[in-house]
Write a protein that binds this ligand. Structure first.
Ligand code: APR
Length: 308
């Protein structure tokens, strides 16, 4: 039987995730949104691309949740997108209400699903989805690190004139101003980054990575990034549905790992059929540990704003 992926929020990120999943031809897709007819229209459009691109994925759209029943993966992208000049953190109260309602609806109909949260502020929203769903920690996670790492890798490859495939990099921490690009664990074809890019230039690239979301927002004038975010979600879905056990940075629930307890923060995790199958513990320097802790503290602050 085909797998089933539900995407809640059929906006820019959600619809593009739906398209990318359909093109993989390994799962049926349900798009849900509150806007009347919109998810139905986008779903039909994606479905009609099937004969041209050669996929048989069934794609349906709905304004309700009955069609989501029995999903293997639920991607939550519903929320208000960041506007120019608005921080992710400003979004929290609006998106708290949306993610709470959506999580209740999907958890009831797909009690065995793995939830991938995308709505910002990311780490806080994953924490909320975990609490509201009551799902075990292995089955609730957030997409941020793959995207942040992709941006970092893009800039490094550009800087050095090499293939993005040869650039290995890790970005830890919360999705936001406190993300921690791990330059020490980053390399190009095995050569440490620090040997290839002068420290001052590397610091600029790290800063551009931190501001990666805002850079796109400023260029688009309305809405925020969605091509790279949806590609990042797809990589997580691939690893889960195909049980690939890829290791990638995700927002996961920490219980003592990295000295952090009871919070969702971005760290490397192994993703497979069971969801988060292992949290990889890197040996951090004092400086990196302190930066990760700072990042965790800012997630904690948002979590307390929500009253969790
Ligand atoms: N239920 C279902 N869908 C909802 C709800 C709800 N309660 N509330 C809002 N939505 C839908 C909106 O109608 C919209 O179509 O969520 C969609 C969000 O899509 P966009 O506004 O296009 O935002 P997008 O760019 O896709 O970003 C989605 O991902 O990267 C993050 O910060 C970003 O939190 C934002 C999310």
């Amino acid at each position: 039987m085909r797998s089933k992926v539900t995407v809640v929020g059929a906006g820019n990120v959600g619809a593009t995730v739906g398209q990318r999943v359909a093109e993989r031809d390994y799962a049926d897709v349900t798009l849900v949104d509150v806007i009347p007819d919109m998810p139905q229209g986008k779903a039909l459009d994606i479905l009609e691309a099937g004969p041209v691109l050669g996929y048989d994925s069934l794609v349906i759209g709905s304004n309700g949740y009955d069609e989501t029943e029995g999903s293997d993966i639920v991607v939550i992208t519903s929320g208000i997108a960041r506007k120019p000049g608005m921080s992710r953190d400003d979004l929290i109260r609006t998106n708290q209400g949306i993610v709470t309602q959506v999580t209740q609806e999907v958890a009831r109909r797909s009690p065995n699903a793995i939830i991938i949260c995308v709505t910002n502020p990311l780490d806080a929203m994953v924490q909320l989805a975990h609490k509201v769903s009551g799902f075990p920690k292995q089955r609730v996670l957030g997409m941020a690190g793959v995207l942040d790492t992709a941006r970092f890798r893009t800039f490094i490859a550009q800087e050095l004139g090499v293939s993005v495939r040869d650039v290995q990099a890790f970005v830890l921490g919360g999705h936001g101003d406190t993300m921690v690009p791990l330059t020490r664990a980053s390399s190009v074809a095995g050569v440490p980054l620090a040997d290839l890019i002068p420290a001052e230039r590397l610091a600029q690239i790290v800063q551009r990575t931190r501001d990666g979301g805002a850079e796109i927002v400023a260029l688009l004038k309305q809405g925020s990034a969605y091509y790279a975010p949806s590609a990042s979600v797809l990589q997580m879905i691939d690893s889960i549905l195909l049980d690939k056990k890829m290791i990638m940075p995700c927002s996961v629930y920490l219980e003592g790992e990295y000295g952090i307890n009871g919070l969702f923060v971005g760290v490397p995790a192994k993703l497979g059929a069971k969801g988060v199958e292992e949290i990889i513990q890197l040996d951090l320097s004092h400086e990196e540990q302190a930066a990760l802790q700072k990042s965790a503290d800012s997630v904690k602050e948002l979590v307390s704003v929500m009253g969790l």
